[in-house]
Write a protein that binds this ligand. Structure first.
Ligand SMILES: CN(C)c1ccc(C(=O)NC[C@H]2N[C@H](CO)[C@@H](O)[C@@H]2O)cc1
Length: 501
């Protein structure tokens, strides 16, 4: 398929996105944030685990418990977007597989024992395995919930194009009730979420539920989809979950197409009937269009260099423009939803030119907007942090790739107040965290800052804007975490962590 030159496409993206962005709301207020059971603002920093779940017969990720230990030891992460599969949860209509949920619970415990926050993601791509006879494409939905009506679904070299196959479109149209022929499908999906929430409501490590991965509207696209059946699914799921779980956070995604590239979402505000403040999280993904078209983050930020073989202006310039568009539109949507932001997916081939600088860029952007982030993904496939497993031996430990050093950075796991700014300066390896007291008695724990071992033996050094003697910093060598108690009589605090002197 001859592709129009990507600068033309990217220009269209910026113009379309820009014009749409003009009609979106004015620039939003500051970021909101997710709080833990001690009332602290938490920074979610971690991975999607795992892409391998999609094709696993048991719908389980490739990892073993030792790999969670390795992840913490080598990167100090505190968050996992854990993929679920509806096909495994509800293999027959109305029948839930408790052994599957037991296996999920076992893996949740691996993270819980290491103080991780677990987001349960009802994952789908291309609806489900049942869209083709061979079952080689698609994941998520059970066979009994897959109605292609015999329309063709041809596998494609570019997997995304299978979304446009007639049988795939029809499967989604039935789920969203665009056809009016299978209203029971969304009923089952909502009840499945209620069942999951009932199971994990009392599991402190389960932070929340990501209601549907990368929704696709079938023949219904854009605002008609997002404000129509997608919002209906979310409202019904929120209501059902709140019947059994008052405290978990409920994550909602925009439609994937267009919004992953940075275009504005039309997702409407979603009420949360829980007792207390709403706990709805806006959870977009980012995959800049030039990268979707095969460009790398190579070259330099001034347009020089070569982000592609022998071609002109660096694709990095266009990717940076996409990121800026994404940032602006994500903030506008989160403002409309009155919700904190978690970037549910970002990632790329770690061997591509400029890959680590792209990851650094996205970590910086999420810090700037106060968003959590989960890298896509924790797999042994060249995108993930691991180069593979060591050969032989009982341990079969995972071998770090270039991503490990980038993800292994200082960050504020939990902030004992209202975050004002978080900034990590890579060249000096200095983290600055500023926050304000909430003065409402809701915060009952210290600020926690993770620090990697490399360059920070003994935790490096930590300073506070509070006067000497009015604050304290305890170094937990096992967890590699600074626990900081700030002076309660001061309204604002700034902590700075830097390498050992
Ligand atoms: C046409 N549609 C609906 C579409 C196209 C492309 C993606 C995508 O690249 N997604 C990015 C990554 N996210 C999934 C897992 O959620 C990964 O498999 C993709 O690489 C999604 C949807």
């Amino acid at each position: 398929m001859k592709r129009p030159p990507w600068p033309v496409l990217a220009l269209v993206l910026v113009l379309v996105g820009g014009s749409l962005a003009v009609v979106t709301r004015p620039s939003p207020e500051g970021p909101r944030y997710i709080t833990d059971d001690q009332g602290r603002a938490i920074t979610l920093h971690g991975f999607n685990t795992a892409g391998s779940t999609k094709g696993d017969p048991d719908a389980m990720p490739w990892i073993e418990e030792q790999d969670v230990e390795s992840e913490y030891e080598q990167m100090g992460t505190n968050f996992v977007r854990f993929l679920l599969q509806w096909r495994a949860l509800e293999p027959e209509p109305g029948e839930y597989d408790e052994e599957y949920l037991d296996a999920v619970a076992e893996r949740v415990s691996w993270y819980a024992e290491r103080d991780y926050h677990v987001l349960l993601d009802m994952h789908q791509d291309l609806w489900g395995q049942g869209i083709t006879e061979a079952g080689r494409v698609g994941n998520g939905a059970p066979e009994w919930g897959t109605h292609t009506d015999g329309l063709p679904v041809e596998e494609q070299e570019q997997w995304e194009l299978v979304y446009l196959e007639p049988g795939t479109m029809r499967s989604f149209d039935h789920f969203w009730n665009t056809t009016g022929e299978h209203p029971e499908l969304m009923d089952h999906y909502v009840r499945a979420w209620r069942h999951v929430a009932d199971r994990f409501a009392d599991e402190p490590a389960v932070l929340g539920y990501d209601l549907m991965n990368e929704p696709w509207g079938g023949t219904l696209q854009g605002p008609d989809f997002e404000k129509g059946p997608l919002a209906e699914l979310y409202r019904r799921s929120i209501t059902a979950i709140r019947e059994v779980d008052n405290d978990s956070w409920i994550f909602v995604e925009p439609q994937a197409v267009g919004i992953n590239w940075g275009l504005p979402s039309a997702l409407p505000h979603l009420d949360d009937p829980r007792e207390g403040k709403p706990r709805i999280v806006y959870a977009p993904h980012i995959y800049p269009l030039p990268m979707d078209m095969g460009e790398s983050y190579g070259g330099d930020e001034n347009g020089g260099g070569d982000g592609r073989s022998g071609r002109g202006e660096s694709s990095r310039v266009w990717i940076d423009r996409s990121i800026s568009l994404w940032r602006r539109n994500v903030l506008a949507t989160a403002d409309r939803l009155e919700a904190p932001i978690v970037l549910g997916e970002f990632g790329l081939d770690t061997s591509s030119p400029g890959a680590m600088e792209y990851v650094e860029r996205m970590l910086a952007v999420t810090d700037e907007i106060g968003a959590g982030r989960a890298y896509w993904s924790n797999d042994l496939d060249g995108w993930g942090p691991w180069a593979g497993r060591a050969d032989g031996g009982e341990e079969r430990a995972v071998v770090p790739g270039p991503l490990v050093d980038v993800m292994n950075r200082p960050y504020p796991r939990a902030i004992a107040g209202e975050p004002l700014a978080v900034h990590y300066d890579r060249p000096t390896q200095t983290l600055t965290v500023s926050f304000a007291e909430k003065n409402d008695g809701s915060v009952t724990g210290p600020t926690e800052i993770y620090v990697p071992e490399g360059g920070f033996p003994g935790g490096g050094s930590i300073t506070s804007s509070d006067p000497e003697g009015s604050w304290s910093g305890e170094w937990d060598a096992d967890r590699r975490v600074w626990e900081v108690e700030s002076a309660p009589y001061l309204q604002e605090h700034e902590l700075v962590v830097s390498p050992a002197n």
